[in-house]
Design a protein around this ligand. Structure first.
Ligand SMILES: Nc1ncnc2c1ncn2[C@@H]1O[C@H](COP(=O)(O)OP(=O)(O)OP(=O)(O)O)[C@@H](O)[C@H]1O
Length: 240
């Protein structure tokens, strides 16, 4: 188990955004977190990456208690995150953007090592041909690749993906699915939030469904989408 969350609570004023939430991520696994709008998925990701601190509960990353660690500390311990809204350094090239992540990453590495690692990440994410383009000259799909590349540059053991497929056309989403599988095959465990069900079906080894800040259901995609609780709370009807 590379990531473990127990009894996590987070409220905003009187609103319990995350309530007694628990989940785990196994080594080499791709886990989807789905659920209706306002279910607490993004808050959960923010608690995992350290943007918010929980009111109570515990988060363990590779056995380290990171519940109250800073985002930087979590990054150094191997937690990477890619965002839905992509924010690269626009005046820098693709290569430079990834290099920044590589220099910042997990443990202190030399510039030469960071350079080599940047090249590897650009190859993995298919951005090699665009390495010397400015970040503001990229297409949406290339932007998403860069966002994933920047997160990978920090050498995470766990990658958190926040609706990275949003806005992609179906064929582009399939490319992104292949990219995330390649990332997993390179040794990174992945937890992702997603609303697009075909993406969840094609990508997730296991699915956790959230409702009202808590875990409503959990299991393989095909069993979760047939669960009457999940159909009532989220899907409205059974999906294939
Ligand atoms: N910073 C905040 N301050 C106050 N309330 C917040 C904050 N962040 C989230 N919330 C509230 O917490 C609840 C859970 O929101 P959250 O964004 O985590 O849900 P979600 O499952 O990610 O939804 P969506 O699928 O629409 O992105 C919502 O009621 C939301 O309004």
């Amino acid at each position: 188990m590379i990531l473990q969350v127990q009894n996590l609570h987070k409220s905003f004023g009187g609103l319990m955004a995350v309530k007694d939430m628990g989940l785990h991520l196994d080594q080499g696994e791709i886990l989807a977190v789905i659920g209706p709008n306002g279910a607490g998925k993004t808050t959960l990701l923010n608690l995992l990456s350290g943007l918010f601190l929980p009111d109570r509960g515990q988060i363990l990353l590779s056995g380290h208690d990171i519940t109250r660690a800073s985002p930087e500390k979590r990054c150094h311990l191997g937690l990477g995150r890619a965002f839905q809204v992509v924010r690269p350094f626009l005046e820098m090239t693709v290569f430079e953007n990834v290099m920044v992540g590589a220099m910042f990453g997990k443990s202190g590495i030399s510039q030469k090592e960071a350079h080599r690692h940047t090249e590897q990440v650009l190859t993995l994410t298919g951005l090699e041909p665009h390495a010397h383009k400015n970040a503001h000259d990229l297409t949406l799909m290339q932007d998403k690749r860069l966002e994933v590349a920047r997160a990978l540059a920090t050498r995470p053991s766990v990658l958190l993906l926040d609706e990275v497929m949003a806005g992609l056309r179906p064929n582009e989403a399939q490319d992104a699915v292949q990219l995330v599988k390649k990332v997993r095959d390179s040794g990174v465990s992945v937890l992702f939030i997603e609303h697009v069900m075909p993406v969840v079906r094609d990508l997730a080894d296991r699915v956790v469904v959230m409702e009202y800040g808590s875990r409503l259901a959990e299991g393989p995609y095909q069993s979760v989408v047939r669960d009457p609780k999940v159909i009532a709370a989220y899907l409205g009807e059974e999906v294939s």
